[in-house]
Structure formats: structure tokens, C-alpha cells
Design a protein around this ligand. Structure first.
Ligand SMILES: CC(C)(COP(=O)(O)OP(=O)(O)OC[C@H]1O[C@@H](n2cnc3c(N)ncnc32)[C@H](O)[C@@H]1OP(=O)(O)O)[C@@H](O)C(=O)NCCC(=O)NCCS
Length: 169
């Protein structure tokens, strides 16, 4: 199994939409994706990057096939310390449970490090999202603390509680 990441492009959009399920929507995208909407997302990130924003999104490929996305964003501050770079991810249901995401996270950490983007990689796993916390641990991240989000709320309007995991770069 060959896991690679590459910058997200329009060509990945159909595969990203196909890889999305209710878990992806619940924990990552927040709503059903479309090909047109995903292409627009790629364009928006490019515009924002040109204007100085730090977020970068990538396709996760397994044996050359796009099976999900991973991004890093040094501009996310909720619950993080200065120099922390937030990482978020989602993998197709049929590829889960094989350790793919932790491999992709390691490659994203390499990109953050070589880009000099920050001092630590950070993963904020919703306390209810045990699979995401497992990815952080599998990728060599250390649990730091649990915190109440100042930006995200649950269905009842209460602040989401996240577990923060970090890894030096
Ligand atoms: C979180 C997610 C990216 C994990 O990816 P992955 O490549 O399957 O990660 P792993 O193979 O390391 O498995 C992690 C855990 O997922 C659970 N898992 C295992 N097989 C699974 C399957 N077929 N389906 C769902 N979850 C599974 C297990 O708890 C596993 O931990 P374990 O191996 O210690 O038992 C994936 O479940 C996903 O895309 N979820 C929806 C989006 C999301 O939650 N993103 C996180 C936002 S930061």
C-alpha cells in the first residue's frame, strides 16, 4: 500500500465527493459536498493563499487513487498555542482502519517543517471522535489537554470539547 499526498486540485473533486460519508460530514466537512463546490473550495483556498492565508489542502492517494483529504492551517487558533499548526483529515470509509491517515499526517508534518510554517503540529480531536484521537496517537502525537472550543458548538449549542494532541516539527 503506497500512501502519498499531493496538493488538492479540481481533478480530485469527484473522488473527494465519492469518499464522503456521514462521519466525514459530521467531523470534517459539515455538509454534503459536490464536485462544483469542491472545485470552488480549491479556487477559494488558492485566492486566500495568494492573499497571505496559511491553509493548504491535499489529496490523500493510496496506490495512486484519491481516497480523502488532509489539510494544515497555521491560522487556526482555537485551543492552540503560538506556533501550532492545525491538521485535519478525512478518509473514505472503505480505506479506514488501515493506518492510512497516520502515514498522511507524517507526510504533512514533513511539508509543514520544510515550509517553516510553525513549531508544532496539532490535532484537535472532538472528545466524541475516538478514531481521530487514534490517528493522532498512531502518528506519534502526544496528548496535551482537553479544552472547550470558543468557535465550535454542538447540536445543543454547547461548546465542543476537543482533545489537543501535538508533535514537535
Ligand atoms: C478519523 C479517520 C480519518 C481515521 O482514519 P483511518 O485511516 O481509518 O485511521 P486508522 O486506520 O488509524 O484507524 C483509527 C481508528 O478508527 C477506528 N476504525 C477502524 N476501522 C474502522 C472502520 N472500518 N471504519 C471506521 N472506523 C474504523 C478504530 O477505532 C481505529 O483505531 P484502532 O486501529 O486503534 O482500533 C477516519 O475515521 C475518518 O475519515 N473519519 C471521518 C472524518 C474525521 O473524523 N476526521 C477527523 C477530523 S480532525
Amino acid at each position: 500500500m503506497d500512501v502519498t499526498v499531493e496538493p488538492l486540485r479540481h481533478e480530485h473533486a469527484a473522488a473527494i465527493v465519492a469518499a464522503e460519508d456521514d462521519e466525514t460530514i459530521r467531523w470534517l466537512s459539515g455538509g454534503r459536498s459536490t464536485v462544483v463546490g469542491t472545485e470552488a473550495y480549491v479556487d477559494r483556498l488558492a485566492r486566500e493563499a495568494a492573499a497571505g492565508a496559511g491553509k493548504r489542502a491535499f489529496a490523500v492517494l493510496v496506490d495512486g487513487d484519491c481516497v480523502g483529504t488532509i489539510d494544515y492551517d497555521p491560522d487556526v487558533r482555537d485551543g492552540l498555542d503560538p506556533g501550532d499548526v492545525n491538521i485535519a483529515y478525512g478518509i473514505a470509509p472503505w480505506m479506514r482502519g488501515r493506518g492510512v491517515t497516520a502515514i498522511a499526517v507524517a507526510q504533512i508534518c514533513d511539508r509543514i517543517r520544510s515550509g517553516g510554517v510553525g513549531a508544532r503540529a496539532a490535532i484537535r480531536a472532538d472528545v466524541r471522535n475516538t478514531a481521530s484521537a487514534k490517528v493522532a496517537e498512531r502518528a506519534g502525537f502526544t496528548f496535551v489537554r482537553e479544552f472547550a472550543s470558543t468557535t465550535d458548538t454542538d447540536a445543543d449549542g454547547r461548546p465542543v470539547r476537543f482533545r489537543l494532541f501535538v508533535r514537535p516539527l
